[in-house]
Design a protein around this ligand. Structure first.
Ligand code: SPV
Ligand code: MG
Length: 298
């Protein structure tokens, strides 16, 4: 049963990466955000390390979440959706053996794929300001980790996305291309090229010079270049677009507004127009069906 479900999701993720249209994932931080992403017609769910650290732990995105905690979150997120789930596994939570264990554990848990980045342990979230120049895991070592991770997977279908942080870390386009080549040669199923250059100049430079374009699927996280549609990013050469943290930021913004109103108005009804009715929540989680089953006597 589980294998079947996992295999279907892995096939959907692989098909999406090869599709002739943008394959769009949205970042989840818990089971309900995952379920809602499915209800709104997206193609996949991204388990955002940033969003899980924020929402499940109220911690910064600095490798403070352990692999076990990240995997538990991924399993809950996967359980709440029929969409394929790509799990952000930061830098694989350590060195080469941690990357290998990450692949083994996530694959066994039925997750469709993992994404592993070349940030040193402990990592810093790529969007943090003042982090323009920093060291990364040396390219040969990261390629070795990817090769070891790929060798550890039991099924051919499990997806390993290798994330290149060279642009974020200030190493430039040439280094980014070298890393993308090395990771694709090591067996990565797709390359995520991350950038915080709002002008898209860095990304355009990468797209203009990377020889792997069209051979290995490319993944974008347009948090800091949010004005491009998924179709525009697809037309530039990206297969998969990840809207990484928007449900988490929506939830925080909504909670802050509601709490502020409650503090000012001192009565519950003041926020009623701004919050989901309890009946809607009951419906979302299948309450009527669960009670009917309990009472069916069957
Ligand atoms: C995440 O969502 O955790 C990501 C994307 O890794 S980013 O925050 O842009 O690094
Ligand atoms: Mg992350």
């Amino acid at each position: 049963m589980r294998t079947n479900r996992a295999e279907k999701k892995r096939a959907a993720l692989r098909e999406g990466l090869e599709a002739e249209r943008p394959f769009v994932a949205v970042g989840a931080h818990d089971a309900m955000s995952s379920q809602l992403i499915g209800s709104y017609g997206f193609d996949a769910v991204w388990v955002s390390g940033f969003a899980v650290a924020t929402m499940a732990h109220a911690l910064p995105d600095l490798n403070l979440t352990t692999m076990t905690e990240a995997l538990e979150a991924a399993v809950r997120i996967d359980g709440a959706t029929d969409l394929p789930v790509l799990a952000d596994c930061d830098n694989g939570f350590g060195g080469l053996s941690n990357v290998v264990r990450t692949v083994i554990e996530y694959e066994r848990a039925g997750i469709a794929g993992v994404c592993v980045e070349d940030n040193l342990f402990p990592k810093r979230n790529s969007l943090y300001k003042g982090e323009s120049k920093r060291e990364l895991v040396p390219v040969e070592e990261q390629a070795r980790r990817i090769r070891a991770g790929k060798a550890a997977q039991e099924t051919d279908s499990f997806v390993f996305v290798a994330r290149v942080e060279a642009l974020i870390a200030g190493h430039g386009v040439e280094a980014a291309c070298e890393r993308a080549d090395a990771y694709a040669d090591a067996g990565a199923d797709a390359i995520l090229i991350h950038s915080k250059d709002k002008s898209l100049g860095e990304i355009e430079g990468f797209l203009g010079s990377w020889g792997g374009l069209g051979k290995t699927p490319l993944v974008a996280v347009p948090t800091l270049f949010p004005d491009y549609t998924d179709q525009e990013l697809y037309d530039k050469g990206f297969s998969m677009i990840i809207l990484a943290n928007h449900p988490m930021r929506a939830a925080v913004g909504a909670m802050e507004q509601v709490l502020d109103t409650l503090r000012r108005e001192r009565k519950a009804s003041a926020v009623d127009p701004h919050i989901a009715p309890v009946d809607h929540i009951f419906e979302l989680v299948g309450t009527k069906e669960a009670i009917a089953l309990e009472e069916s006597g069957g």
